[in-house]
Design a protein around this ligand. Structure first.
Ligand code: NAD
Length: 495
């Protein structure tokens, strides 16, 4: 899979440029340590130039008819589809996820782009009657301006598409900072947008780190909208930094998602759903199932089956066809994941399998962690409360449905949840009572589709959603328009 590492640049105002300070950083493959490329380590000055370009481009982009903006996005969708294999291979090298999942990540961007391209011909507002005669009322969606897009590394093509594509269709321009662990994918995304016909300055990419580039985007007075997907800690920092300018801040943050398995569940299906949700993408999904809440009557059997299946999973580079679990993103993540194994043991949970860095067969070159399952976990333990973001899941035993719901809800996050049951009454109660933005019945905690809202309650965000129609609310502002054709002054609430 290795190819020569390249040197990359920022993309500002339609031109490829180095960082003003001349500094660089490297992107490395988490599977092998191979260098993917060298990128500009940008600073505030580079952000300022990108914002200037985006501000200038906004003057004409907002006036391009929305269906025409949609046509460009439609061409982008077709280009991403054409380059799907290439992008998936780059993803498996730069980010580490297995090739089939990398293909899914790219497919999500294709789906989102086709969906949002169609939105160019809708962007519906409302017309309503007026309370006064000879008067016409309507509401329309207006673009807002320059949108700052800050993304994580775990869905390096899908997540930029959730943000950049609707922002563009709605008539905004963009300054994009990809995660510094996956800059090559961010760069390819923007190259393809440009190839599809997005005019210079409409999308700009500035590579670098959160504290330099991200922070400047968030504080820049000419960036009225910031959309961030990242950890809770980063979300709080961004919200605070944006407060002075009263910006629109859209946050998609962490999760601690639970799967409930009732005593009447199809256990084979539940095991499959749990494995896919807990260990897919090596547990590095915001929707990963890091808790399994099992009815006491099936707990032992479920634990046994999960351990046996987890031990059969093959670790390796994502591009090898028989790999089930790829590496985690970097050394810091590996250390954090392992520290939670120690925390879990100190708390008195029982390590049923895994709990170690995987070595041998070339795995030492990358960052591999064995699929890890803890049993006898109490709901208040740190391993059941804190986001580990790795291939670790915690089994919690409950006596009945009500306790299962209580445990599932007993966390600060509210992204995804799932229940395996054959009882339709319980399924509907769970749909009503689980305090998450997404709930699955008889499936794991992952698997969102682009035309439904995506996001979470409680500390997972700040009340917004991406994807579906809901995303339009992040990237537009409502304007209410009153047209009086009576020829006289009519006073609302008075005449
Ligand atoms: P992170 O918070 O470390 O970084 C996210 C992005 O924010 C990166 O581009 C980073 O450079 C930037 N950043 C960091 N500090 C910043 C600051 N002070 N100001 C501005 N930008 C800053 O997260 P990560 O490790 O890249 O991703 C993993 C996290 O993302 C997990 O918590 C995961 O749950 C979450 N996530 C959430 C969703 C969701 O939709 N809810 C989806 C995927 C990932």
């Amino acid at each position: 899979m290795a190819t020569a590492a390249r040197t990359f640049q920022n993309f500002i105002g339609g031109e490829w440029v180095d960082a003003a300070g001349g500094e660089t950083f490297e992107s490395l493959s988490p599977a092998t340590g191979e260098a993917i490329g060298t990128f500009p380590r940008s600073g505030p000055e580079d952000v300022d130039r990108a914002v200037e370009a985006a501000k200038e481009a906004y003057r004409s982009w907002r006036l391009v008819p929305a269906p025409k903006r949609g046509e460009i996005v439609f061409r982008f969708a077709a280009l991403v589809a054409e380059h799907k294999q290439e992008l998936a291979q780059l993803m498996t090298r730069e980010m580490g996820k297995v090739i089939a999942e990398a293909g899914g990540d790219v497919q999500e961007a294709i789906d989102m782009s086709y969906y949002m391209a169609g939105e160019g011909r809708r962007l519906h507002g409302q017309t309503t009657p007026s309370e006064l005669p000879d008067k016409f009322n309507m509401s329309v969606r207006m673009p807002i301006g320059v949108v700052g897009v800050i993304t994580p590394w775990n869905f390096p093509i899908a997540i930029p598409s959730w943000k950049i594509v609707p922002a563009l269709v709605c008539g905004n321009t963009v300054v994009f900072k990809p995660a510094n662990d996956t800059p090559a994918l961010g760069e390819r995304f923007v190259e393809l947008l440009s190839e599809a016909g997005v005019p210079p300055g409409v999308v700009n990419v500035v590579h670098g780190f959160g504290r330099d580039v991200g922070d400047r985007i968030v504080r820049h007075p000419d960036v009225p909208v910031v959309t961030l997907t990242g950890s809770r800690e980063t979300g709080v920092a961004v919200l605070e930094a944006a407060a002075d300018h009263l910006k629109h801040v859209h946050l998609e943050l962490g999760g601690k998602n639970g799967i409930i398995v009732m005593e009447d569940a199809d256990l084979e299906l539940a095991v499959e759903g749990i494995l896919w949700s807990a260990f897919g993408t090596s547990g590095q999904r915001c929707t990963a199932a890091s808790r399994v809440i099992a009815h006491e009557r099936v707990y032992d059997e479920l634990a046994g089956r999960l351990v046996a299946a987890a031990e059969r999973m093959r670790l390796g580079p994502g591009w090898e066809p028989d790999t089930d679990v790829g590496p985690v993103i970097n050394r810091k993540a590996l250390d954090k994941i392992h520290s939670y194994t120690e925390i879990g043991q100190d708390e008195g949970a029982r390590l049923l399998t895994g709990g170690e860095v995987a070595t041998g067969n070339g795995l030492d070159r990358g960052f591999f962690y064995r699929p890890t399952i803890f049993g006898d976990v109490e709901p208040q333990m740190r391993i059941a409360q804190e986001e580990i973001f790795g291939p670790t899941t915690a089994l919690i035993r409950v006596r009945d449905f009500d306790e299962a719901i209580r445990v599932a809800n007993g966390i600060r996050f509210g992204l995804s949840s799932a229940i395996f049951t054959r009882d339709v009454n319980r399924a509907f109660r769970a749909m009503r009572d689980l305090e998450t933005g997404i709930t699955y019945v008889n499936a794991g905690t992952t698997g969102a589709e682009v035309h439904l809202p995506f996001g979470g309650t409680k500390d997972t965000g700040n009340g917004h959603r991406e994807a579906g129609q809901a995303a339009l609310d992040v990237f537009t502002e409502w304007k209410s328009i009153y047209v009086d054709y009576s020829g006289r002054l009519q006073r609302a609430q008075i005449d």
